[in-house]
Design a protein around this ligand. Structure first.
Ligand code: ADP
Ligand code: MG
Length: 474
């Protein structure tokens, strides 16, 4: 065997899956997709841009970070997330090392010298990072790629109306909803659309509330408050993302309030996003809350099946991967989470397809999902599951866990056992016990039966999904 210490000279790496650097890069891109789901966007961008998967030696993955600071930070805070993400894609990885890569660093030089795939920024960096410096907008987000469904149609309608009627109709526009549901995508789309339509005549600025806060802090420190005024008041459209971030930061709230007033009085458009409605932001200064409530409030909810289906279809096409309708159906059915999480899972599947060169069958997708969606929701009490099943079949709990073998009771009973296992990860003996002191093999049988049946029976599947939704909403 050749000495693998001198990476990257080895012409025949031991693991075929990593035979080329492209495979490493793809693996890393997929892992980043997973990590992105777990950390906040600003943190993700700060700590994970310009990171690279350098090599894998044995079971250790070596990740390059741009400087010492990033290395220490990621090592301390995110090593678990990084290892988890890599491991979930490639089981053989059991350890991660972080190293600093700089232009002077020989590892990079070596890699750059290699013809196969050098560090071409444009290839490796996320599209997110090609932000327009003037407006702060990311061209990736556009109305063209924003798919409208029931959960976002109102927000979409209000956002599109602004393009035609800037500063007048809905001012401010306040978009709220949980993480990963499309707020950033939507509000940036407005900015990009206005930029394109008015060809620079309307000045747009997008910023995260976090960045706004940093600007305020550094302006205070440098005694240059006028820089804030220049940056945020001499514009026509101000888009501030994740406003909840400024809560409790007095100087920032104060500055934002004045910025808001200055713009609003001049009929400039303000668009704000938040993870919750102003009503549920009690710590927010009253005067700001009433400003927000005086505008147009729209929420983005969790995507329903149709929207999940459409987004999956679009995102897979965007990435140049053909998924069969059946596969998309399985995915849309099983992933009942946010669109961002859905993308993370899609990344994972694309990764399998590309690196392992296997066709994506519904079966493979089921396997991947079973692995990923396993995390049990421990905070849910089993009685909630049992109640929800009884309620949705309109039967009593006594009947549900009783001994009658009537068909209309056996089905719901098995579904309850299936969900207790699938959602709560209870042991079979425990499930049997709760479901009328049944044997653990009955619980096991019920679980397997329903798990199989939902793949074949679409209406049963829909029913189970509806019950799940009922349970998680409680
Ligand atoms: P939020 O800002 O609410 O946390 P994002 O706007 O970052 O969510 O959306 C998460 C991911 O889902 C992004 O990649 C975004 O492009 C995608 N996404 C969200 N909503 C839609 C939609 N309606 N159509 C297409 N993609 C969407
Ligand atoms: Mg966002």
């Amino acid at each position: 065997m050749q000495n693998t210490d001198d990476f990257p000279v080895s012409p025949t790496p031991p693991e075929p899956i990593f035979a080329d650097e492209q495979a490493l890069d793809r693996l890393w891109q997929s892992a980043l997709g997973e990590i992105e789901v777990q950390v906040s966007r600003p943190n993700f961008i700060t700590w994970f841009k310009n990171t690279r998967f350098l090599h894998k030696k044995g079971s250790t993955a070596c990740i390059g970070l741009p400087n010492n600071f990033a290395k220490e930070w990621v090592e301390n805070k995110y090593s678990k997330a990084v290892l988890g993400a890599l491991r979930s894609l490639e089981e053989s990885i059991t350890k991660v090392d972080f190293v600093v890569i700089s232009q002077k660093n020989s590892v990079v030089k070596n890699r750059l010298a290699r013809p196969a795939i050098a560090f071409d920024e444009s290839q490796l960096s996320f599209p997110e990072f090609k932000v327009d410096p003037e407006s702060g907008l990311n061209p990736r987000y556009s109305f063209n790629t924003f798919i409208v469904g029931k959960s976002n149609e109102l927000a979409h309608a209000a956002a599109s109306a602004i393009v035609e009627d800037i500063g007048k109709k809905y001012n401010p526009l306040f978009v709220y909803g949980g993480v990963g549901l499309g707020k950033t995508h939507l509000i940036q789309s407005v900015g990009n659309e206005i930029k394109a339509k008015y060809q620079g005549k309307i000045r747009v600025r997008y910023t995260s509330a976090e960045k706004f806060t940093n600007d305020v802090i550094s302006a205070i420190k440098n005694r240059r408050m006028e820089t804030i005024k220049e940056k945020y008041r001499l514009i026509d459209v101000l888009i501030i993302d994740d406003i909840q971030f400024i809560i409790g930061k007095q100087a920032t709230e104060e500055e934002f309030f004045h910025t808001f007033n200055a713009l609003h009085e001049n009929n400039k458009q303000i668009i704000v996003s938040s993870d919750k409605s102003p009503k549920f932001m009690p710590e927010l200064a009253e005067r700001l809350r009433s400003r927000f409530e005086g505008g147009m409030l729209v929420d983005i909810g969790y995507p329903d099946y149709e929207l999940r289906y459409a987004v999956l279809k679009a995102k897979s096409q965007e990435r140049g991967i053909e998924l069969s309708d059946e596969v998309i159906e399985v995915l849309a059915n099983r992933i009942q989470r946010t669109l961002r999480e859905m993308e993370g899972l899609l990344n994972k599947i694309i990764f399998y397809q590309r690196t392992k060169q296997v066709p994506i069958t519904t079966r493979l997708v089921e396997e991947i999902l079973n692995e990923v969606l396993q995390e049990p929701v421990r905070s849910i009490h089993p009685n909630i599951v049992i109640n929800a099943v009884a309620d949705s079949f309109e039967i009593s709990i006594a009947d549900l866990i009783g001994s009658s073998r009537k068909r209309e009771l056996v089905g719901p009973r098995q579904i309850a056992m299936y969900l207790l296992r699938d959602m709560l990860d209870l042991s079979y003996p425990n499930i049997g016990d709760r479901m009328g002191k049944r044997d653990h093999t009955t619980a096991l049988y019920a679980y397997e039966k329903i798990a199989e049946a939902i793949n074949k029976n679409q209406s049963l599947n829909q029913k189970v999904i509806a019950i799940r939704e009922l349970i998680t909403k409680q």
